[in-house]
Ligand binder design. Structure first.
Ligand SMILES: [Zn+2]
Length: 378
């Protein structure tokens, strides 16, 4: 369940109040299956009331993207503030509060999309509105882009904007989600603002086994497609890719070490300091979901499909395996390439269905934008 700090101790001024109002509005609209236009319409009006040029651009009916521009002096090229307002669906999850009705409990706000990524959208909007109302102009235009469809690859949102309306979002610098804001346990202060210097990309694989079909009262006696698929999935479940500490992730790992307790903090500290992992430290890190995912390619089965009803033998059994990887790796292929799987070409197939290219990594200290951010903060 997604949750985020309301940061009661940090929130005080009018910007925070306005961000809270906007967040509340955004959270009440279910954007898990599109419907971004409905969530964004009140924000367009809010921008326009503040005299800010704002427009809603739909990549498909209901799939709205808001682009607003607060004019600066033009001394520098624009800064783009990018956030997405679609969320992943809530079906089949054990929610203890209504997911599309914000609920505040013990200093935390609960609703789908609070931390990913509607709070960021609300904060960006409130900051841009404050800049627009200020008599002092910024040295550059501030562009706010609130987009659709990020959770499904950005085709309806950021990518569509970049391909079709590049001029509206063209900027020297862009800030979006990915880094975390870490607040002290007692909510009294911000401990760190993390910067994402690289992003793990993903590849999805469809594993398909064909069967003969028929009625379940006469099951196959030789090769059952479901059993064949299950064997491959078991191998995938047990697969561990080798661990690797990327130079770009060492500072992040060191920061995580500060927030953990031994033995995890010690193992992370070693990894950050040496840039390598001993088998002992890997055994500790491998047990922690977050730390494990930082140091290795992972893969996991997420979807299964077979017969359309209980008394029908499937003619196709299919699994989707999603691999998150820092470097090119063939998760499903290396896991399920035993002779048993490959024995009958044509009946058993593995296809990479969706993939993204890995972006370039940048050093946390070296890049020009880091300097810019430091001066923005001042
Ligand atoms: Zn997100």
């Amino acid at each position: 369940m997604l949750l985020a700090l309301t940061c009661a101790a940090l929130a005080a001024g009018p910007v925070e109040t306005e961000a809270g109002e906007i967040l509340d509005q955004l959270l009440r609209v279910d954007t898990s299956h599109g419907n971004e236009t409905a969530a964004l319409q009140p924000l367009v009006a809010r921008f326009q009331r503040a005299g800010v040029q704002a427009q809603l651009l739909e990549s498909a009916p209901g799939r709205g993207n808001l682009v607003a521009r607060v004019r600066g002096t033009g001394a520098k090229r624009p800064l783009l503030l990018l956030a997405h307002i679609d969320v992943v669906p809530v079906e089949g999850q054990p929610w203890t509060v209504p997911p599309f009705q914000p609920t505040e409990k013990d200093g935390y706000l609960y609703a789908r999309g609070v931390s990913d990524d509607k709070a960021m959208a609300a904060a960006f909007t409130a900051i841009a509105l404050e800049a627009a109302r200020s008599p002092q102009k910024l040295g550059r235009d501030l562009i706010v882009a609130l987009t659709a469809g990020e959770e499904t690859g950005g085709l309806a949102g950021a990518r569509w904007l970049a391909q079709n309306h590049r001029d509206l979002i063209d900027a020297e610098l862009a800030l979006n989600e990915g880094g975390a804001l870490v607040v002290a346990p007692d909510l009294s202060r911000m401990e760190s603002v993390q910067i994402g210097v690289a992003e793990k990309t993903f590849q999805s694989y469809a594993l398909t086994v064909k069967g003969k079909g028929g009625h379940s009262s006469v099951p196959p006696t030789d090769s059952d497609p479901v059993v064949t698929l299950a064997r491959a999935l078991q191998r995938i479940g047990e697969l561990r890719f080798p661990a690797k500490v990327l130079p770009e992730s060492r500072e992040g790992i060191a920061l995580q070490a500060l927030r953990e307790k031994p033995p995890l903090s010690t193992a992370l500290e070693h990894a950050a300091r040496s840039g390598a992992l001993s088998p002992q430290d890997d055994a500790v890190i491998g047990k922690d979901r977050l730390a494990n995912a930082q140091v290795r390619t992972t893969c996991v089965t997420t979807m299964l499909k077979a017969a359309p009803q209980d008394n029908v033998l499937p003619t196709t059994a299919q699994a989707t395996v999603n691999s998150a990887r820092p470097t090119p790796a063939t998760c499903a292929r290396s896991a399920s390439n035993p002779t048993a799987w490959a024995a009958r070409p044509g009946r058993r197939t593995i296809n990479a269905r969706v993939g993204r290219r890995t972006g370039r990594m940048s050093g946390a200290r070296s890049s020009g934008w880091a300097k810019e951010c430091a001066s923005c903060a001042r």
